[in-house]
Design a binder for this molecule. Structure first.
Ligand code: BG6
Length: 483
């Protein structure tokens, strides 16, 4: 059993917001080995006491968990801190040299530009990467296809592939895993899951959080690389992939890779026509005023993306996948909306006087509340009905729901993380996730796609309305669910 976590990037957003709280919970559930310890590593010149104080404060206000003071102190006793300059292998070697004989998991929660120098540290070559030790890499792995390949090639030369774990934390969310069960466990869905019946798919990940405190990372990545390249394309794969032969990690990844390879790359003019980039300005969220995002060095980076992807294969030809994500939006929400085609001939009158069919819509809400909603046409008594008491299509039928569960796969220590993304070197040249994202960025550059601004607390720029599911209004608020 691995007993030591070398956590690089320990002061960063991910470590503070997710990794340390998850470790604390694991301890509470009795899942940490008795002699488990964490070496927290980051550039800040803290000492162990100061760093423990930072964690103590963080643990006092966790959203879903209230540990006792004793649990917190027990956990903090496992953690020590070293300041390290990850650009310098000697500094890394000094910071972890005393631990390399333990069974280590090294977690790189750091900007991808530091992966190679960190992994090349002499101490690692001598110890921390040897079997059975493991290496975990947090997305994004590289800034584009070429840098992703370089990272994978270099790191692949230092440690065996089966001991490298590439993490996309969305794949650890129970609601995201549930998408697989819903798709492949229900005849009802599988029967209509293709271009004959499906009109469009929307994947929306909106956040109320801003960029705060992550300026230097975010100014280089932007919403496209931070969210679309990773989490949203993973969701798209789960919605679009063919049924895998089994639930083995490799079988699932094989099917996802096929989807990514089938993503149609953009030309410059298409990227401009089929996407919107935005950035939030000052606004109000939950009654609190929030400031505009001002990136350093006049960076042109976006905090909002709306983009329409096409998957060129038999199942999905002609079905648009509208992908939307943004920071400082009206609410925190992760929703996959599948809109079916209307019936071919509409018999009923609608209360709004329209005589055309309204489509069925299947809504998978993954965050903050997990629920599934099916908009169905029904004639069961609804007040104010028109002809023959026929109800408007789109009656919201909640099929099941549960509150957002804790992040249960944030278990960076034991066990195989089966649901990892596949390394980019397995992608064929010119097609795949990084290649598709690069084609969007390239199109933005060559097609001169300007930033559109939106006030914090809204659903993004007006120009993004077409990318949002129909139940959302681009500037204001959702206009009703399921309808
Ligand atoms: C991270 C991104 O990967 O995911 C963050 O870097 C984002 O910018 C976060 O806030 C969102 O994760 P979640 O689990 O809060 O939806």
């Amino acid at each position: 059993m691995h007993d030591t976590l070398l956590l690089f990037g320990a002061t960063g957003d991910l470590a503070q917001r997710y990794l340390f709280p998850s470790l604390l919970r694991l301890q509470g559930d009795g899942l940490l080995p008795e002699d488990f310890r964490v070496r927290a590593l980051a550039l800040s010149p803290h000492d162990t006491e100061k760093f423990r104080g930072i964690l103590r404060e963080r643990f006092a206000s966790l959203p879903h968990y209230s540990p006792t003071a004793e649990q917190v102190e027990q956990f903090l006793a496992r953690v020590d801190y070293r300041s390290v300059d990850m650009r310098t292998p000697a500094s890394v070697a000094e910071a972890v040299g005393d631990l390399v004989d333990r069974r280590c998991v090294s977690y790189l929660s750091i900007p991808p530009g530091l992966y190679i120098s960190t992994c090349k540290a002499p101490a690692w070559l001598g110890g921390a990467l040897k079997a059975p030790n493991r290496l975990m890499l947090e997305k994004p792995i590289g800034a584009d296809l070429d840098s992703a390949r370089e990272i994978n090639a270099t790191i692949g030369g230092l440690i065996d592939e089966d001991r490298i774990f590439r993490i996309d934390h969305y794949l650890g969310k129970a609601a995201v895993q549930n998408l697989l069960a819903l798709r492949f466990g229900n005849t009802l869905l599988e029967a209509v899951w293709n271009r004959t019946y499906i009109d469009s798919v929307n994947i929306l990940v909106s956040e109320t959080e801003g960029v705060d405190g992550r300026n230097s990372y975010y100014a280089r990545s932007g919403a496209l690389r931070d969210m679309v390249q990773s989490h949203i394309l993973q969701l798209l794969c789960l919605v679009a992939m063919e049924p895998p032969a089994s639930l083995a990690a490799d079988r699932i990844r094989d099917e996802k890779v096929k989807v990514l390879r089938a993503l149609r790359p953009f030309s410059a003019s298409e990227a401009k026509r089929h996407s919107v980039r935005g950035r939030y300005i000052a606004g109000t969220i939950d009654g609190d005023a929030v400031q505009a995002y001002t990136p350093p060095d006049d960076s042109d980076v976006e905090t909002f993306v709306g983009v329409t992807a096409h998957i060129d294969n038999w199942r999905w030809a002609g079905v648009p996948f509208h992908l939307v994500t943004g920071k400082r939006m009206a609410e925190r929400s992760t929703v996959v909306t599948v809109t079916l085609k209307p019936v071919s001939h509409w018999l009923f009158e609608r209360p709004d006087g329209a005589h055309h069919a309204a489509p069925n819509r299947l809504t998978f809400r993954l965050q903050p509340q997990e629920d599934i909603e099916l908009g169905l046409m029904s004639s069961l008594g609804r007040p104010g009905m028109g002809h023959a008491g026929t109800a408007a299509a789109g009656t919201g039928t909640v099929l099941g729901n549960r509150p957002e569960p804790p992040h249960r796969l944030r278990t960076p220590v034991p066990g195989r993380a089966a649901r990892q993304p596949r390394p980019v070197r397995a992608q064929r040249r010119g097609r795949g996730r990084s290649a598709w994202i690069d084609s969007v960025v390239d199109g933005w550059k060559r097609g001169d796609a300007p930033l559109q601004y939106y006030p914090a607390g809204t659903w993004g720029p007006r120009e993004a309305a077409a990318y949002l599911p129909a139940q959302f209004d681009a500037v204001g608020h959702p206009v009703g669910r399921g309808g």
